[in-house]
Design a protein around this ligand. Structure first.
Ligand SMILES: [Zn+2]
Length: 412
């Protein structure tokens, strides 16, 4: 049997970077290279129903080995890596027994990482860290999750004495470009509920994320020669600034944390004649989310009264919702994950996500799906790392979850 770190090191060598603004899923053909590798590996280890969809989704089943009536649990990770930094020619290196000091990732390019800049590193003192050579990201997001699920799967298949219900496995493309579940076959997947293994530090459990909407403001000004502009010109750029200034100053990602929501001006372009502002709107609380969208629209109405109908065209479109609503009726998902962690000596930390996850969308597609830690840190950049011991511990957590769901009182 391969160990989880060995697996992880193999997966990160396959470049699976996804790409924005591409019509197709997968957005990059190279993601199929990892998908095919995983399909072969799953077949070799004896998983059943192993299949690769046209859209590059990998699915597999580990059949139940008991007559007990147990729920079918899914485990999901994504194969692609962020386009924030290259994931090609990743050269991972293991720092044994990390001493807590500065890590020289690349002597030649003088790329260093230390606990002053990344305090989370102090949690990893004494562990064996897998790091990059400073020129690429690592890909622990989310190949750590894949390696953990694969190792869990192989352990279950090699040890029929571990009693378990049906386990469904799903690996998705294009999570990083927001398309990860567009073609996820929830029905074919066949799980009663699932976990994404796509979080950070060991111990994290997440089932609350933002409600999210996109806001668009189109502004029509009146352009005229500045020499004769008095009482005639309507400068669309200034109107865009006026719109922004009517939003609550503090409800901005620069000033918010934890459960606080915000409006974020994401892009602004224009001329005197016309301008366009693009926003994102976020809030964990459904009511406050609705209020935020209503205020956004109301500002447009007010400014149209002031400057004339048609000056502002304001649109709001929902992107995704807080999965809390869909997970709360199945709180055993959270309770059992916590219990599994405690039983293997990990302190669980339930934290709200200031973003979304594929699990959030899956939850609204009928598959309740909280998110668990994959163990890495500093995702999407050259300082990304994962401790070997975290990879190993998460495999233990997944096996423990499976074991807990095989006991009689598993859904309480
Ligand atoms: Zn991820």
């Amino acid at each position: 049997m391969k160990d989880v770190a060995e697996r992880f090191l193999e997966y990160v060598k396959v470049d699976t970077q996804s790409q924005d603004d591409v019509e197709n899923v997968p957005s990059t053909e190279k993601q199929r290279n990892l998908a095919e590798m995983l399909v072969k590996e799953l077949k070799d280890m004896g998983a059943e129903n192993v299949r690769l969809s046209d859209h590059c989704y990998v699915y597999a089943t580990i059949p139940a080995n008991t007559k007990k009536k147990l729920p079918s649990i899914g485990f999901v990770s994504h194969m692609d890596t962020s386009n924030a930094l290259s994931g090609k020619d990743v050269k991972p290196r293991i720092i044994k027994n990390y001493d807590g000091g500065e890590i020289v990732l690349n002597e030649e390019l003088n790329i260093r990482m230390n606990a002053e800049a990344y305090p989370v590193l102090t949690l990893s003192k004494g562990k064996d860290l897998i790091v990059t050579d400073g020129t690429t990201l690592l890909g622990a997001d989310d190949k750590a999750g894949i390696a953990e699920i694969m190792t869990m799967a192989e352990t279950l298949l090699a040890h029929p004495e571990i009693e378990h219900g049906t386990i469904q496995i799903g690996f998705t493309p294009d999570e990083e470009v927001g398309r990860g579940v567009d073609f996820f076959d929830v029905e074919g997947f066949g799980a009663d509920f699932a976990y994404t293994i796509d979080g950070g530090e060991l111990g994290e459990i997440e089932y609350e994320n933002f409600n999210a909407a996109a806001g668009k403001v189109q502004i029509q000004g009146v352009s005229i020669h500045p020499g004769s502009a008095k009482n005639k010109m309507l400068n669309a750029l200034l109107l865009a600034m006026e719109f922004q200034n009517m939003l609550p100053v503090n409800e901005n990602p620069m000033y918010t944390d934890n459960y606080e929501g915000f409006y974020m001006l994401n892009a602004l372009e224009g001329t005197v004649d016309s301008a366009r502002a693009v926003y994102i709107i976020r809030d964990h609380d459904k009511g406050q989310f609705e209020d935020k969208k209503a205020r956004f629209l109301k500002i447009g109405e007010y400014l149209n009264e002031k400057y004339g109908e048609g000056t502002f065209k304001v649109e709001v479109k929902d992107s995704y919702y807080n999965m809390k609503e869909k997970v709360e009726p199945h709180m055993h998902l959270i309770d059992n994950a916590k219990r599994a962690m405690e039983e293997v000596g990990v302190t669980p930390a339930v934290v709200p996500i200031r973003g979304g996850t594929d699990g959030a969308r899956l939850s609204y597609m009928g598959l309740p799906c909280p998110n668990l830690c994959a163990g890495g840190n500093n995702f999407h950049g050259r300082y990304e790392y994962v401790p070997v011991q975290s990879l190993e511990k998460i495999v233990e957590i997944l096996l423990k979850i499976v074991e807990i769901y095989a006991t009689e009182d598993n859904l309480k």
